[in-house]
Design a protein around this ligand. Structure first.
Ligand SMILES: NC(=O)c1ccc[n+]([C@@H]2O[C@H](COP(=O)([O-])OP(=O)(O)OC[C@H]3O[C@@H](n4cnc5c(N)ncnc54)[C@H](O)[C@@H]3O)[C@@H](O)[C@H]2O)c1
Length: 385
């Protein structure tokens, strides 16, 4: 099937994003057209096991090396970056080589940084294999690894030469991984692109959000929503901050849940979904979101299979403590009793301070919203949502 192609514009950078179904041969032809002397595939062991044959097909007849590592955040380290760079250089890569990220957001971020560093910049191609990577991370120029102190502390901005994906690669994702990407997509609809909500609900109601046709639509809608706010905001420090909707509380809930339950904790996307409910409750309490708009949040979140409540293992006091350290501190004038938050004045309309889609929210407001979400599900329904 022919690929759909969109041009992504982020600040003064632009690149093509082509996607389709059963289109590995078309992607391979595009990669061959880059006339690389070596392809440097960056992936993880899990993706390699599942999709190693696809990777070989993509490489075609171009000389290729494959750099793989155990899956997960342990890959986003300086040690792994150094080891991969050394291996690539010893294998003889040159300025004509192309780094190809083949995997989720983790190999994508690592590959992005490698491409930026090798000879001060070689071509980068993203082939995302998770919905998070395809619908979120490759639509950003941010490339980062973690430091021993925290996540995404060491990074840069770097544009790919192109992004390609075949939605068939998503068929091996677990329901948890798939849902995580769909939650980020739902965030974009609620905060940026409410015109897509009706179709999103139809996809959810169909009970089959993972059909190739549904995934192609979701991908296209994500591209439209995310590009709308990053087009004039290369560094995601202005209008792009709306992409943080649900993240202030969501990220804190994710951290606390992982401390309590380890790998059984909420996925990133599911935590963001609960974080959106926190933000929606605060907006509703301020009289900025209607009852119906709050209900739409609940319908979308539950439709995606996320329980609309704070996990029982998570303590409100811990969430508040983590929120106090949120990385959006510094965008607004510092206040000891409040943190910058993305709130909505209506679906698709962020509340603003000046030009920024951020407002101060007091710890008391956040606590009240978390308390509403700590109620058992039946009680949440009984209080009207
Ligand atoms: N640059 C950005 O703006 C941005 C945006 C969002 C996320 N991110 C980063 O992306 C990372 C999260 O992305 P992710 O969730 O894709 O993480 P990931 O790359 O670790 O993938 C998650 C899991 O899915 C597995 N996987 C990948 N493709 C698969 C497939 N097709 N079938 C089955 N399993 C598959 C991986 O092996 C891994 O175990 C984080 O490090 C985050 O910081 C960056």
């Amino acid at each position: 099937m022919a690929m759909t192609s969109r041009t992504i514009r982020i600040g003064d950078q632009s690149f093509p994003y082509s996607f389709g179904e059963d289109c590995l041969d078309e992607i391979a032809a595009e990669i061959a057209g880059l006339a690389a002397d070596t392809l440097v595939f960056v992936t993880d062991d899990h993706v390699l096991e599942l999709h190693g044959r696809a990777l070989s097909r993509l490489a075609g007849t171009t000389p290729a090396i494959t750099l793989s590592h155990r899956a997960g955040e342990s890959m986003k380290t300086l040690a792994c970056l150094t080891a991969h760079l050394e291996t690539a250089l010893r294998a003889g890569v040159t300025r004509r080589s192309v780094v190809v990220a083949f995997g989720g957001g983790v190999p994508g971020n690592l590959a992005g940084l490698m491409a930026n560093l090798l000879f001060r910049g070689v071509r980068l191609v993203h082939i995302p294999t998770t919905t998070i990577a395809a619908m979120d991370s490759v639509l950003s120029l941010k490339q980062a690894i973690n430091s021993p102190v925290g996540k995404n502390h060491i990074g840069t901005y770097y544009a790919p030469a192109a992004v390609y994906t075949d939605v068939r690669l998503f068929e091996t994702l677990t329901a948890r991984e798939l849902r995580s990407g769909l939650c980020e997509m739902a965030k974009n609809c609620l905060a940026i692109h409410p015109a897509a909500l009706e179709q999103l609900r139809a996809v959810i109601d169909s009970g089959a959000p993972a059909t190739p046709a549904a995934l192609r639509w979701l991908l296209d809608a994500s591209i439209a929503a995310k590009s709308a706010v990053t087009r004039a905001d290369t560094f995601e420090r202005g209008s792009g901050l709306v992409l943080e909707y649900g993240h202030t509380a969501g990220h804190a809930i994710e951290i606390c849940d992982h401390r309590a339950r380890g790998a059984a904790g909420l996925s990133h996307g599911a935590a963001v979904a609960v974080g959106m409910l926190v933000a929606a409750h605060i907006s509703h309490a301020r009289g900025r979101l209607t009852e119906r708009e709050l209900r739409v949040h609940y319908e979308i979140v539950t439709g995606l299979g996320v329980e609309p409540r704070l996990p029982a293992a998570v303590r409100i006091a811990d969430v508040l403590s983590v929120i106090g350290d949120d990385n959006k501190k510094g965008y607004l004038e510092a206040r000891s009793d409040a943190v910058p938050f993305v709130l909505l004045d209506g679906l698709g309309t962020p509340a603003r301070t000046g030009a920024l889609p951020l407002v101060h929210v007091s710890m008391d407001e956040i606590r009240a919203a978390l308390e509403a979400l700590a109620l058992p599900a039946a009680c949440v329904r009984a209080v009207g949502v």
